[in-house]
Each structure stands twice: as structure tokens, then as C-alpha cells.
Design a protein around this ligand. Sequence first.
Ligand SMILES: NC(=O)c1ccc[n+]([C@@H]2O[C@H](COP(=O)([O-])OP(=O)(O)OC[C@H]3O[C@@H](n4cnc5c(N)ncnc54)[C@H](OP(=O)(O)O)[C@@H]3O)[C@@H](O)[C@H]2O)c1
Length: 362
Amino acid sequence: MSSQTHLAFASTAVGITSVIQVPTPSPGPGEVMVKVAFSAVVPSDTYVTDYGRNTNGEYPVLLGLNLSGVVEAVGSGVGGLQTGDKVCGFATTGSRGKGLQERAIMQSSTCAKLPDDYSLEAAATIPDNFITAFYTLFDCLELTLPTFPVSVPPPHAETPILVYGAGATSGQYAVQLLALAGYRRVIATASPRHHSYLKSLGAAHVIDYSADDMLEKILLAAGKKLQFVLDCIGAESTLKSICNVVSSDGVVAMLLPVKEGTRHVAGKDAQMWMELPVDRNLFPDSVKLVGVRTRLYQQNEYLRDNLMPKILPRLLEEGIIQPNRVRLFDQGSLQDRCQDALDVVRNGQVNGEKVVVKVASD
Ligand SMILES: NC(=O)c1ccc[n+]([C@@H]2O[C@H](COP(=O)([O-])OP(=O)(O)OC[C@H]3O[C@@H](n4cnc5c(N)ncnc54)[C@H](OP(=O)(O)O)[C@@H]3O)[C@@H](O)[C@H]2O)c1
């Protein structure tokens, strides 16, 4: 371990965050060290800071699942990445790999090489929810794994598929990936402000989830109850709605944790569960409910070896996957930027955009 240190934004106790100095490790076998330019703040960061979730009571806990930056050192056995490459990556290596720090140690398989001229700001919006959407559709929901560009329509090309909460950043990637993979009957629920964008990404039908007749509109668009549903919100209320439109032999993938109430971010007094509690589960037993934990995606060896190393770089090179809109926090100290970003995420003041923090001081 080197004696060098760098700055990191961390949760140091429940409800307390601060910028601290941490050791700068060297990359081990299969790892790269990234000089971080930008990171993103997501709902799960607030669960760590506000409730101590996933900390096991051990602090400090670093934050930020996504990063973009430049590879500064390469460990042994890494193919495909070299010093100087621009990358975006998804944190899987504990605190060492978190994005809200100046240097991160990443498993090379969780990094995607970016085109030379790609915006690092935009790239920081991609990894977590691109992986979430791909893993949910083509592993959890078991839709046919696509090879892009798709030349033959998939078996369910004409089957209606519901993306509930498609205004969320995860939903935007789900709609794009379904369209790119050849699915022609994607039904998306979102606030009207997202409708034209979601149509441009490939949704065949867009429906306002706050309309009184939302369920009728979904059924009208689908023509019958749905076989495949992705719930990008995973709240009690969204699952309740889905219950009314899914077929008795359908499958529903929900992004965990399940949140009590109606929002995609659980407030301080709301409960969260890693499965839908039996006494709140309104689905018949015949419906398959799959809880999505994206951090497990590497258990699928094909995804581990291909999704970030090969598939995403190609989609970016060809310009056929759109990053999310950026809401940038680049003013004030690192502490100010991270704190302000956490506030807007915890207060649910995020609408179809990714909260991106400038990490690098230069
Ligand atoms: N377990 C996992 O692996 C995993 C991975 C990724 C995300 N997640 C979870 O999935 C959820 C979404 O994450 P995200 O990053 O995609 O969030 P996000 O981009 O911050 O989502 C914000 C959007 O959610 C929409 N929304 C909120 N409540 C809604 C409701 N009741 N019905 C429909 N849409 C609603 C709003 O859309 P409108 O603007 O249309 O109102 C809002 O713009 C979070 O709870 C997150 O923790 C879990």
C-alpha cells in the first residue's frame, strides 16, 4: 500500500457526512485505478447516509456508485484498458471503488472505455442504470439476450412490455434497450413532461401515471393483461397498480428495495424491504415477482465479460444509446457539491435527470 492519500466524500456516522483523507491503494490483479472526474448521487446513497443502510455499523463508508474519469494505473492481467483511457464505471469493490473520491480502484470488468471525444459529465450518468436496465430485461425478466445491431426480431418483439416509471433514469435506459433489441410494443408510464422524449427513445405508448384512467389506458394499449413488467420505482403503490394489469402467468421485475408508500425514494419514516412483505403482496401466487439487485449482475458471466467491456463501448461509439440529462453540481467545495446533490436526491427533486457531482478539483 502506498503512503499517498486523496480526498473522498464519506458517511462517517448515521446522518453525518464529510470530506476525509483516505489512503490511495494500487490496483491489484484485474483492477485499474481511475482518476475520477465526475460521479453521480443516487437514492441508495441517501439510504447509506440517512439510515446507515448497508454499513454494518462500520464507518467511514464512501459514496457514489458511478464514476467517469481517466485510467491512471493498470493492474496485472487487465486486457482492453490502458493508462490514459477515458472510462465510465460501476462501483463493485467496496469503498475503494466508489465514485465520490479523487482516485478509485475499479474491477476492469465494470469499466467501459469511452470514445475519445465523449463528455465525461454525460458518461457519469450511465453505468448503474444502464447495467440495471440491461440486467433486469435480459437476465431477471429472461428476455432473449440481444446482440447489437439486432438483425432478427426477438421472439417477443410483438408482445407488449410495460416499463412502469419510465421517467426514472433506469426507465429511460430500459425503453432504449428494448427498442434497440427489437421490441416494438413498449408501454411506458411517466409524467407528461417525459412523453415526447420516451417516444423518441422507442416507446410505442406513453401514459401519465397520475391519470385516473391510467390502468384502462395501459390495458387498451396492451390489448390484454401484460406478460412482462418492469417496475422502475418499486413502491408499494406502483406494485399495487401493476397488480391490476399483469396477467396471471406474468413476470414482474421490481427495483429493490420495495418502498412503503408512493415514492421512488423512501422518506425518513417510510419502511423499505428487500422483498415484498407477504401481508402487503396483492399478486396472485402464479405471478412471478423478481427483486432486482444490480450489484449481483456479475454473477451472470456473460454480462460480467461483455456488458461494460464490450457492449456499452460499442453502443457509445455508434452513438445509439443516449445518456441521461445531467443536473450538475460543480460549484463550491467538494463537501458543498456532494451535500447539495444528496439533498436534491433525498428530497425527490429529481425529474428524469442524473445528479452529477464534479469530483476533480482541476
Ligand atoms: N436494486 C437495484 O439494483 C436498483 C438499481 C437502480 C435503481 N434502484 C431503485 O430504483 C428506483 C429508481 O431509481 P432511479 O435511479 O431510476 O431513480 P430516478 O432517476 O431518480 O427517478 C426519478 C423519477 O421517478 C419517477 N417516479 C417517482 N415516483 C413515481 C411513481 N409513483 N410512479 C411513477 N414514476 C415515479 C419520477 O418520474 P416523473 O418525472 O415521470 O414523475 C422521477 O422523475 C430507486 O428507488 C432506486 O433506489 C434499484
